[in-house]
Design a protein around this ligand. Structure first.
Ligand code: PLP
Length: 389
């Protein structure tokens, strides 16, 4: 069988592969401490679950509009206005099967073969592959710990060519956890407007912030920027709803029409009753308290894990002001990230994701979306491993 070149060129997601390997080892009875998962370890808040149950009881089990239930699109537009100062209405919004489909829809609808898409590295694993699937060219811009792994306006400007269509911004970032300051966002917007390119702003971790970090949506910088911005977000991380598969895309109406057509020929609407759970998540007065409770648990783990990393000779990480990841520099060990993570998993039963999965081979990603006991045990083992090298 010959797989198409389009799909054949794309490797499977390394983060999912590592999580699967760690789970398989656990199933064999091995005591694995896993720092690999990209999902909160909390149950979905009860009021959200109840709303979906009620939707089922009410018979909300039928096909719906491909772009999403109108009530949910309106609530998302309202949220984007209130929380993000983005001037969108319901027709600017499409409900998607997670943030993943929202990014994929947007890239497929916007990118022509040969178009260049600027992606700062370290990047979330799926961005370059989505661009390749759309027959575009990912242009990876390496960043360093000196700039906290953030692309600078100068770097962005220097990378833009006549073929550049789009640049990808992810703040708070997976895998580094770093957050662009409002001034940094404004400076990037200025470059994008001057060069007449689009931005995709992946804001899926916007609610998970620490130490007073501020999130600014790039589309809120000015109306000119809003016209060239695609805002992608979802319910997975903030509301611990990873398996629900509800996300959304907000953009100029012409693009939403195109992505809705695309979705109408692929997955159609997002699971109807799941959308009613998402509606409850956005509109219930109980939700902010639930988000805050989870954020506080993450904050406590973050402090612990950073202290431990800083106490291991040769290890360092930039201060992650958001999300639930720490991106640890392991270059002093002389191992590349795959060797490091393989040995760590095989011999010390600790799962971490090699930085190469994110385009940065001198680092690894630790997710602290796991319980404190596993974090403590896993950090003991990581320290033992590094000291043994
Ligand atoms: N964007 C980033 C940066 C992510 O880390 C993830 C999930 O890990 C997604 C998008 C997609 O999230 P989902 O499709 O589960 O909503």
């Amino acid at each position: 069988m010959k797989i198409s070149a389009r799909v054949g060129q794309v490797p499977p997601s390394m983060t999912l592969a590592i999580s699967a390997k760690a789970k398989a080892m656990k199933a064999e009875g091995i005591d694995v401490c896993s720092f690999s998962a990209g999902e909160p370890d909390f149950a979905t808040p009860k009021h959200i679950v109840e709303a979906a149950k009620q939707a089922l009881d009410e018979g909300k089990t039928r096909y719906g509009p491909a772009a999403g239930e109108m009530k949910l699109r309106s609530a998302i537009a309202q949220k984007l206005q209130t929380d993000n100062q983005l001037n969108y209405s319901a027709e600017n919004v499409q409900v998607t099967n997670g943030g993943k489909q929202s990014l994929f829809n947007a890239i497929l609808a916007l990118i022509e073969p040969g178009d260049e898409v600027i992606i700062p590295a370290p990047y979330w694993v799926s961005y370059p592959e989505m661009v390749k699937l759309a027959e575009g060219t990912p242009i990876i811009v390496p960043t360093t710990a000196e700039t906290q792994y953030k692309i600078t306006p100068e770097q962005l400007k220097a990378t833009i060519t006549a073929k550049t269509k789009l640049f990808v911004l992810n703040s708070p970032s997976n895998p580094t956890g770093v957050v662009y300051t409002p001034d940094e966002i404004r400076a990037l917007a200025e470059v994008a407007i001057d060069a007449d390119i689009w931005a995709i702003s992946d804001e899926i971790y916007e609610k998970i912030l620490y130490d007073g970090a501020q999130h600014l949506s790039i589309g809120a910088v000015s109306p000119e920027m809003l016209d060239r911005t695609i805002t992608s977000n979802g319910f997975a991380k903030a509301f611990s709803m990873t398996g629900w598969r509800v996300g959304y895309l907000a953009a100029p109406v012409a693009l939403i029409k195109a992505t809705s057509t695309l979705q109408s020929h692929s997955t159609s609407n997002v699971c109807t009753f799941a959308q009613y759970g998402a509606l409850e998540a956005l509109t219930s007065p109980e939700s902010p308290g639930c988000i805050e409770q989870m954020r506080q648990a993450f904050a406590q783990r973050r402090t612990y894990i950073l202290d431990r990393i800083h106490s291991i000779p040769g290890m360092s990480a930039p201060q992650p002001d958001g999300a639930f990841y720490v991106f640890v520099d392991i270059s002093s060990t002389g191992l590349n990230s795959l060797e490091f993570c393989d040995r760590l998993l095989e011999k010390y039963h600790v799962a971490a994701v090699p930085g190469i999965a994110f385009g940065t081979d001198t680092c690894l990603r630790l997710s602290y979306a796991t319980d404190m006991t596993s974090i403590e045990k896993g950090m003991d083992r990581l320290e033992q491993f590094v000291r043994s090298l």
